[in-house]
Design a binder for this molecule. Structure first.
Ligand code: ADP
Ligand code: MG
Length: 226
C-alpha cells in the first residue's frame, strides 16, 4: 500500500519563558491510503503540534513530512497552500464558522481559495444531506446547536473532496450520541477511501465505530498501540 503521509524524525520545541518545552520528540509515522489513524494522549502531549506539521501549518526543528510523496517544506508557500487546500480537510476542535454566512455559504467557502473547482451548490447540498442537515442550508450558525455547528464544519472539510482529513478533537464536548453520528460520517468517507488522522479522547467509541490504527502520544513521543 502506498504511504499517503510520511513523518520522519519530527522534533519541535517551543521556548516558554526562555525554557525549552518539547512538543514533539523524534516522531516517525507512516500513514497508508485509506488508514483511519486515531491519536490519544493527555493535554500538552503534542497532538495538535503533530497535526499542524502534517498539514504544513508550522515547520519542525528537525525532520520531514511528506503528503502524497511531496515534501511539505521543499515547495513554495504557494504550492504548500494549494496542497493544503486541495488534498487536506481540516476539522478543528471549535467549529469556527463565519457567523454572517449561511450554512451553505460556510460550506462553499473553501472553494473560493485555490483554483481547483471541484464542487458546487449541488455537491454542498449533498454533503449537507450526508451530515443530516439538509434542512439547514439557509440557516445561520447562531440558529444551530453546538453539535449541528460541528457537523457544518465537518461538511466544510469535505467540500474539496480531500484525500486526507486531519481532525483535532472534532467531537470534543459533544454528547456521545452526536459523537457516534460524526464517527459514522467519518466511516462512510473512510470506506470510500478518504484517509483520516483523528485526535480523540474517546478511544472506546472510536474503536466500535471505525477500524482505527491507534497511537498514543506521551510528552512528544508517538507510539503505536500494540
Ligand atoms: P496537545 O494538542 O496534545 O494538547 P500541543 O501540541 O498543543 O499538545 O502542545 C504540546 C506542548 O507544546 C505543550 O507543552 C504546549 O504548551 C506547547 N506549545 C504548543 N504550542 C505552543 C506555542 N505556540 N508556544 C509555546 N508553547 C506551545
Ligand atoms: Mg491539542
Amino acid at each position: 500500500m502506498a504511504a499517503i503521509i510520511g513523518c520522519r524524525n519530527l522534533s519541535k520545541q517551543y521556548l516558554v519563558n526562555d525554557k525549552p518545552v518539547i512538543a514533539l520528540d523524534k516522531v516517525d509515522l507512516t500513514v497508508d491510503k485509506g488508514d483511519f489513524v486515531v491519536i490519544l494522549g493527555h493535554s500538552g502531549s503534542g497532538k495538535t503540534t503533530l497535526l499542524s506539521l502534517i498539514g504544513g501549518l508550522t515547520t519542525p526543528d528537525t525532520g520531514e513530512v511528506s503528503v502524497e510523496g511531496v515534501e511539505n517544506w521543499h515547495q513554495s508557500d504557494e504550492a504548500l497552500s494549494t496542497m493544503r487546500n486541495q488534498k487536506i480537510g481540516f476539522i478543528f476542535q471549535f467549529a469556527s464558522l463565519i457567523p454572517t454566512l449561511t450554512v451553505l455559504e460556510n460550506i462553499l467557502l473553501p472553494l473560493s481559495f485555490g483554483n481547483k473547482v471541484t464542487a458546487d451548490r449541488t455537491d454542498a447540498l449533498a454533503i449537507l444531506e450526508t451530515v443530516g442537515l439538509a434542512d439547514k442550508a439557509t440557516a445561520f450558525p447562531a440558529q444551530l446547536s453546538g453539535g449541528q455547528q460541528r457537523r457544518v464544519a465537518i461538511a466544510r472539510a469535505f467540500i474539496n473532496r480531500p484525500d486526507v482529513i486531519l481532525a483535532d478533537e472534532p467531537t470534543g464536548d459533544l454528547d456521545e450520541a452526536t459523537e457516534r453520528e460524526i464517527l459514522q460520517i467519518f466511516r462512510k468517507y473512510n470506506e470510500q477511501g478518504t484517509t483520516f488522522v483523528v485526535v480523540t479522547h474517546n478511544n472506546e467509541l472510536a474503536a466500535t465505530q471505525v477500524n482505527p490504527r491507534v497511537f498514543t502520544m506521551r510528552q512528544g513521543v508517538l507510539q503505536e498501540a500494540a
